[in-house]
Write a protein that binds this ligand. Structure first.
Ligand SMILES: Cc1ncc(COP(=O)(O)O)c(C=O)c1O
Length: 459
């Protein structure tokens, strides 16, 4: 080390961060560390390059919680959720959340469920239970178990295809159509047979925020059971809709009020209004969970039953979920959902008045969001608008094509959350109109800009 460096080190230690003039460690395990304040500043500075979550209208996931909830989270980061023996009260709080959700979803009696990392883990576990239960039924009847299939629409989240690939199940995907972005019984029926482990229907699709015809699919499955002896359970993927429909559309039947609905997943970190890292799986009855999936272990002298893909994970989000459930109750969740819906409707009206856009399914039951597209062909498209809007004002409003066979349809979608006040809605609408004007003048985005447009739907 030269004397100059030694002086620099000493001066930097006194006045600032030596990484202001050095590359961040990135390739090798560092030989020596750095002062905690320097490490904190280094990490913090890099994150400025990420998108600002408040501008992110692509995500369904919570980007704001009350200070009191943040305090619970901060004070409980050191608690490992899976240590049921050491933290029995946290385990009890998980069970309370499951009972409250079962009640919200009209479970007929005592039931069971699990806290998960998000809807993806809940879906993997729920679908595994469908597979195990199907196998039990087939084996009991002396029938082959080598060709399980699962039926769902092209409007599902990609996690359903992931489940099929990881767990060796044939996906039977009902294609969408140019003017039909959800599925119903007539779409499902041709795909169901004795090897169908279940049907998955979505409440609040990732693409347009609508629901599959859950009631129609339920009626079909009830009929198939009665008339052909085909027992096919229905799982509802209510990742987003599970915390929206009970409050905005309480009369709409999609949950355990329908007899063939045997399990439901919901993301606590979406409209459950908790930060990322929490999902829920709820069964209609205890017997809907395949017993073989429950692991009983002797943990520190106590028998513990687990039904999860992970073991260690944080408790903080479970506690934060419970905080929200008791803080808001039905009245509070209804209030929050209604203000989001009202602001989504205001945004929809303002977009319509620009004259360039048409809305997608605004008269149907829908998540609090606006899904829209250009009403007619122009020199620019939805992807160009997403790019221009982000370049001019930093808004992240995604553009994407719908799944097959509606892949020619381009859509934009803005989530309207608690943090998007009416004032911000007006600003956003004006910014979208301005981005269109810029594109009119320049005749669309440049080819090099188009290459950089992000096309994911968001989570
Ligand atoms: C309908 C649906 N299912 C499942 C998922 C996956 O959920 P998570 O991100 O909570 O794992 C999403 C996420 O957007 C979704 O919208």
């Amino acid at each position: 080390m030269t004397s100059t460096t030694r002086i620099d080190e000493a001066v930097a230690a006194r006045y600032g961060n030596r990484y202001l003039i050095e590359e961040a460690p990135s390739k090798h395990f560092p030989d020596v560390g750095m002062a905690s304040v320097n490490a904190m500043r280094l990490v913090g500075q890099e994150l400025f390059l990420d998108g600002d979550p408040q501008h992110n209208l692509a995500t369904f996931v919570t980007t704001w919680m009350e200070p009191e909830a943040q305090r619970i989270i901060a004070e409980n980061l050191h608690r490992n959720f899976i240590d049921h023996a050491e933290y029995p009260q946290t385990a009890e709080i998980e069970q309370r959340c499951i009972r409250m959700l079962a009640d919200l979803f009209h479970a007929p009696g005592e039931t069971t469920g699990a806290r998960t990392q998000g809807s993806s883990e809940a879906i993997m576990l729920g679908a595994l239970s469908l597979k195990w239960k199907w196998r039990e039924r087939r084996e009991a009847a002396g029938q082959p178990v080598d060709r399980p299939n699962l039926v769902f629409g092209g409007d599902v989240h990609v996690v359903w295809e992931k489940f099929c690939r990881y767990f060796d199940v044939e996906p039977r995907i009902v294609p969408l159509q140019e003017h039909k972005y959800t599925i119903g019984p007539e779409d499902v029926e041709p795909h169901v047979d004795e090897n169908t482990i279940g049907v998955a229907a979505v409440l609040g699709t990732t693409f347009t925020g609508h629901m599959d015809d859950v009631r129609g699919i339920n009626d079909l499955l009830v009929e198939l059971d009665k008339e052909k002896g085909l027992h096919v359970p229905l799982h509802v993927d209510a990742a987003s809709g599970g915390f929206v429909w009970p409050f905005l559309y309480p009369q709409s039947q999609w949950d355990f009020r329908l007899e063939q609905v045997r399990s439901i997943n919901v993301s606590g970190h979406k409209f459950g209004l908790v930060y990322p890292g929490i999902g829920w799986l709820v069964f209609r009855e205890k017997s809907d969970l395949a017993e073989d999936l429950v692991f009983y272990e002797n943990y520190l002298g106590k028998t513990d039953a687990t039904f999860t893909l992970n073991f260690s994970t944080g408790s903080a989000m479970v506690l934060a979920q419970y905080y929200n459930l008791i803080r808001l109750g039905r009245e509070g969740y209804t209030y929050v959902m209604e203000i989001m819906q009202q602001n989504a409707r205001a945004l929809a009206e303002e977009l319509k008045s620009i004259g360039t856009f048409e809305l997608i399914g605004e008269d149907e039951e829908q998540l609090p969001l606006v899904a829209f597209k250009l009403a007619e062909q122009r020199e620019y498209d939805e992807f160009d608008i997403a790019w221009q809007l982000s370049a001019e004002r930093g808004w992240m409003v995604p553009a994407y094509t719908l799944p097959p066979d509606a892949q020619q349809v381009k859509v934009m979608r803005a989530l309207v959350k608690e943090t998007l006040s009416r004032e911000m809605v007006d600003t956003l609408a004006a910014d979208i109109a301005q981005a269109c004007q810029t594109l009119e003048k320049k005749g669309g985005a440049h080819e090099s800009e188009r290459k950089r447009v992000k096309t994911a739907t968001g989570y």
